[in-house]
Design a protein around this ligand. Structure first.
Ligand code: PAF
Length: 277
């Protein structure tokens, strides 16, 4: 496994590779990331992981400075799983102030975008840069960040980028909590409570499968239940899987998405619900 920190060295290393599969990350790797790396091996003879905490996708009051940076540990975890780790510094990715941005589609101002203005523009810009730098045939992203994955699919399709995007299933702790680098911010009591987010989504899924169709009421009940236990809820929303627009009567392929804070930690989760027979 090679650790490379400059664009020029990475391009030289990959120039002779016929098939590259790429997993972009912000590091502090957990099993969810490692599963994506395993999966990547099916798609490329050369597997590249990137580790870059992208300042453009953090708001001024967000956790960019605190975000855990654990490059040595991450490289240990990646040994034997990937061929190349690309870990550029901020100056390598943004040698001059970035004045060209990718404007994400309108859905980027809803759901997570409503609470994190500018986040998806920063994310889409760095993903576009990384895909241009690595030029993989396939890139893999986790479905835990469902809206992010949707926006990346739109970005690649609408800008005719020659890369196939694969979504990896969310990896969970035994109690159901979706793995996330931010889980380590949770206190012991918060960690015990955190599972309630997934339980809430699972209960909504059961109600939908049992025939409940008043989506607004289901959302409001979930928000009330979370709030009563001390969560600060950004959203609980029932949307269509294909375009993330609000679900309407008759829609069959749904996803229930939620983002809520426990103390200072913002947690995300989602669950797909297929209502066809
Ligand atoms: O999901 C992440 O870790 C990041 O948003 C990504 C896709 C690596 C872009 O910085």
């Amino acid at each position: 496994m090679e650790l490379i920190s400059t664009v020029a060295q990475l391009r030289a290393r990959l120039s002779a590779e016929a098939s590259v599969a790429f997993v972009p990350t912000m590091g502090n790797l957990h099993q969810g990331h490692l599963d994506l790396m395993h999966q990547a091996r099916r798609y490329g003879r050369c597997v590249v992981a990137s580790i870059f905490v992208n300042p453009l996708q953090f708001g001024p009051n967000e956790d960019f400075d605190q975000y855990p940076r654990t490059l040595d540990d991450d490289c240990e975890k990646l040994r034997g799983l990937v061929d190349v780790v690309f870990a550029p510094g901020v100056n390598e990715m943004y040698p001059a102030s970035q004045t060209v941005f990718v404007a994400p589609p309108p859905i980027a101002s809803e759901l997570c975008g409503a609470a994190r203005p500018g986040h998806f523009q920063g994310m889409a810009t760095v993903v576009c840069k990384l895909l241009n730098i690595v030029q993989p045939q396939v890139a893999l992203f986790g479905k835990k960040d469902y809206q992010q994955l949707h926006i990346i699919r739109q970005l690649v399709a609408q800008l005719n980028m020659p890369v196939e995007i694969i979504g990896g299933e969310t990896v969970r702790a035994i109690d159901g909590l979706a793995l996330s680098s931010r889980n380590q911010y949770l206190s012991e009591a918060e960690r015990a409570e955190a599972v309630f987010l997934n339980q809430t989504l699972r209960s909504m899924r059961e109600q939908l499968l049992s025939g409940a169709r008043d989506f607004g009421i289901l959302e409001q009940e979930a928000i009330r239940a979370l709030t009563a236990r001390g969560w600060s809820v950004d959203y609980v929303a029932i949307r269509n899987q294909s375009d993330l627009k609000r679900a309407c009567a008759g829609d069959q392929y749904l996803v229930v998405l939620a983002a809520a804070r426990l103390g200072k930690t913002r947690l995300l989760d989602n669950i797909e619900v297929n209502l066809h027979a």
